[in-house]
Design a protein around this ligand. Structure first.
Ligand code: MN
Ligand code: MN
Length: 313
């Protein structure tokens, strides 16, 4: 049984693998992918962003920006956030601003609009917007889950706060919380059966995300993204099989690939990830993810310890 650290690292590295692999076929139709690649299964770069092989996109770099802000504040700042202070959410917003100003290879429209609104007005969320149904808030939430593993209430509040900086749309919120809960379950060591049961029940409670029969839509609309990831996660037990099937569905393939990789990577652990994909990731990405995973797990443990820490004399 992989331990928590191996599962958490598996989730974050699996996420980056899916981003780097899927970016090659982002915005392509399955038929176009089949014509050009047969079955797309190698990290070769290219795609509409013309990436070098192994480079990740906004999915991974924006997640790292969230993780940076959480680590800079540490458990004390998360505790203050839980006590009602919004300093941490401002720090996350500032980290997204730095990320955007550093000219990332790509940035979704809703993310860009939300970051610019925060920069200009300082507001931590916009009004409800029917156009905020993209997957950008869901996509980057992994570090918030790792930082709050032992406190479910902290997980939910932090996830929604970081999400609302750019997206105010109920299905985005539900998807962000749902995938976070599923990731927590997988990190705790749930087996395939427990995972299937959890997904079946969650979809029962949130019928908009029902994915059987699978409609084959893998767009950046959060419902399509969630349905695609859950369909292939529950169809294939094997990381590689699930990943290849997901990215070959095309469309928002880097993001569906990343989220599939996060959940399937937590399920199998880092040690079971395909080496040929891991070795293709850029060393700086591997390094940043390894350091962040360790730091966020330590933050989570410290946060858990805080309420029972002895009061100073
Ligand atoms: Mn991307
Ligand atoms: Mn994408």
């Amino acid at each position: 049984m992989p331990d928590l650290h191996d599962r958490a690292l598996g989730a974050y590295l699996g996420f980056a693998i899916g981003d780097a692999l899927g970016a090659t076929v982002e915005f392509m139709r399955p038929r176009e992918i089949a014509l050009q690649y047969g079955v797309h299964r190698d990290i070769v770069g290219g795609g509409w962003l013309k990436l070098p092989a192994g480079q990740v996109t906004d999915d991974t770099t924006m997640s790292l920006a969230l993780g940076d802000a959480l680590l800079a504040g540490g458990s004390a700042e998360v505790r203050r956030f839980l006590d009602g202070d919004d300093g941490l959410v401002r720090d996350i917003g500032k980290s997204y601003v730095r990320w955007l100003k550093a000219r990332p290879v790509d940035c979704g429209n809703t993310c860009r609009r939300g970051i610019q609104r925060f920069l200009l007005e300082g507001s931590l969320e916009g009004p409800f917007n029917p156009g905020d149904g993209g997957n950008g808030a869901l996509m980057r939430n992994l570090p918030a889950v790792l930082a709050t593993l032992h406190l479910e209430e902290a997980f939910a509040r932090l996830s929604l706060a970081q999400a609302r900086l750019t997206h105010n749309y109920p299905l985005s919120d539900q998807a962000t919380l749902g995938f976070g809960l599923l990731l927590r379950l997988l990190l705790s060591g749930a087996d395939t059966t427990a995972c299937q049961q959890w997904v079946a029940q969650w979809v029962d409670e949130h019928p908009e995300f029902r994915f059987a029969p699978y409609r084959g839509q893998a767009t950046a609309y959060v419902v399509d993204t969630v349905q695609t990831v859950l369909h292939f996660l529950t169809l294939h037990d094997d990381f590689e099989a699930a990943m290849v099937a997901t990215v070959n569905q095309g469309d928002d393939a880097d993001t569906t690939g990343a989220l599939l990789g996060m959940l399937a990577g937590a399920r199998c652990g880092a040690a079971a990830l395909p080496q040929r994909w891991l070795q293709r990731l850029q060393p700086a990405t591997l390094q940043a993810i390894t350091v962040q995973t360790q730091g966020l797990l330590s933050l989570s443990a410290a946060l858990h310890a805080l309420p029972i820490a002895p009061t100073p004399p």
